[in-house]
Ligand binder design. Structure first.
Ligand code: F6P
Length: 367
């Protein structure tokens, strides 16, 4: 069946490059004579229309997406609380329960004559897309996350921007850390994977990198700081992924999962800084880069990846494909079944050359 109208949404935490995907999807669809609809805030625009006085969805035309490829965020908005398979819904008795609202989404698509959905998101959003696909909706997934933890794609857009910014921050911290002869602990996002910490830590000349994939012993990290002191290098920079944890210890959870919202990590930087200060007698300071890693303009790499993903999503639909995710497999994009992704996470491979590079450079992983 030829496409006439497609929809696009962005779900989960934002990542630089979302607007570039939207722009590419709208351009490629318009060039084929198709209409494009943007859904606001994940699926909230469909499931909570009362919140949107001017409509929970918008018609997207080349005019509405002109000049947005370089902008961070998403013109459609996003949410990481709106899983339609488990959606907070008020019962007539005034109670809030988690209900499966996927049929409401399918009904919306049917009522608006929308033939397919391009779902741009991370593991959560793509799991939703896969479930909607199984219920009969034609979906194409586009992999987004600064965390780079999605399987079946070499990288996700947003990751390079996060790494580039974190690296710049590390570059800046060297001089102040050295001037004060301090330990600087830099906590970065990444959820349960250490990609951002590993890549930025190596690029930014960190002396220690702690990632979830390699549980650390704080004494080994303190040994590294002391060894540097003995060489007359009186400062140390330690990058800590938010999901890092001591061997046999627990991750630092800032807020437990609740009300359809996933667990939020945070606080490991403080813990590590305190313990290092105790063990070395040196002053330690913490910098939490947090959401700064998600903001700002996408790097050229992420912008190009996002534009390629968006265009490839439309080409896939044109070729009659659906139930797949667009993936990067240098030098080209390729398509992988969404079902192959579900429940999988891409961790840092311990046998990979990036970890080996860190070790060859003398960086401590705390093991
Ligand atoms: O998945 C992206 C991410 O930025 C993670 O690195 C982080 O753990 C999480 O989202 C933070 O989410 P929130 O926007 O809810 O604080």
């Amino acid at each position: 069946m030829a496409m006439k109208r497609i929809a696009i949404n962005t779900g989960g935490g934002d990542a630089p490059g979302l607007n570039a995907v939207i722009r590419a999807v709208v351009s490629a669809a318009t060039n084929r004579g198709w209409e494009c609809i943007g859904i606001r805030d994940g699926f909230d625009g469909i499931l909570q229309p009362e919140r949107y006085p001017s409509g929970g969805f918008v018609r997207l035309t080349p005019d509405t997406v002109r000049g947005i490829s370089h902008l961070g965020g998403t013109i459609l908005g996003t949410t990481n609380r709106g899983n339609p398979l488990s959606y907070p819904t008020r019962t007539p008795a005034g109670e809030t329960v988690l209900a499966d609202r996927s049929d409401d989404i399918l009904a919306f698509f049917a009522s608006k004559d929308i033939d397919a959905l391009v779902a741009v998101g991370g593991d959560g959003s793509l799991t939703i897309a896969e479930a909607l696909g199984r219920k009969g909706l034609k979906v194409i997934g586009v992999p987004k996350t600064i965390d780079n933890d999605l399987d079946k794609t070499v990288t996700t857009f947003g990751f390079d921007t996060a790494v580039t910014f974190a690296t710049e921050c590390l570059d800046r911290l060297h001089s102040t850390a050295e001037s004060h002869q301090r330990i600087m602990v830099v906590e970065v996002m990444g959820r349960y994977a250490g990609w951002i910490a590993l890549h930025a830590g190596i690029a930014g000349g960190a002396h220690g990198i702690l990632i979830p994939e390699i549980p650390y012993e704080i004494d080994r990290v303190a040994d590294k700081v002391k060894a540097r002191d003995q060489l007359g290098r009186m400062y140390s920079i330690i990058v800590v992924a938010e999901g890092a944890h001591a061997r046999g210890g627990a991750m630092a959870v800032a807020a437990p999962a609740a009300d359809g919202h996933v667990e939020r990590l945070g606080g490991i930087g403080e813990r590590v800084a305190h313990q290092l200060q105790e063990r070395t007698g040196k002053e330690a300071r913490v910098v939490v880069l947090g959401h700064l890693l998600r903001g700002g303009s996408p790097t050229a790499f992420d912008r190009l990846a996002a534009l390629r993903f968006g265009a490839a999503a439309v080409r896939a639909l044109d070729e009659g494909k659906h139930g797949i995710m667009v993936a990067l497999a240098f030098p080209n994009v390729q398509y992988v079944p969404l079902a192959e992704l579900i429940g999988r996470m891409k961790s840092v491979p311990l046998e990979g050359d990036t970890v080996a590079t860190g070790r060859d450079l003398g960086i401590s992983f705390g093991d």
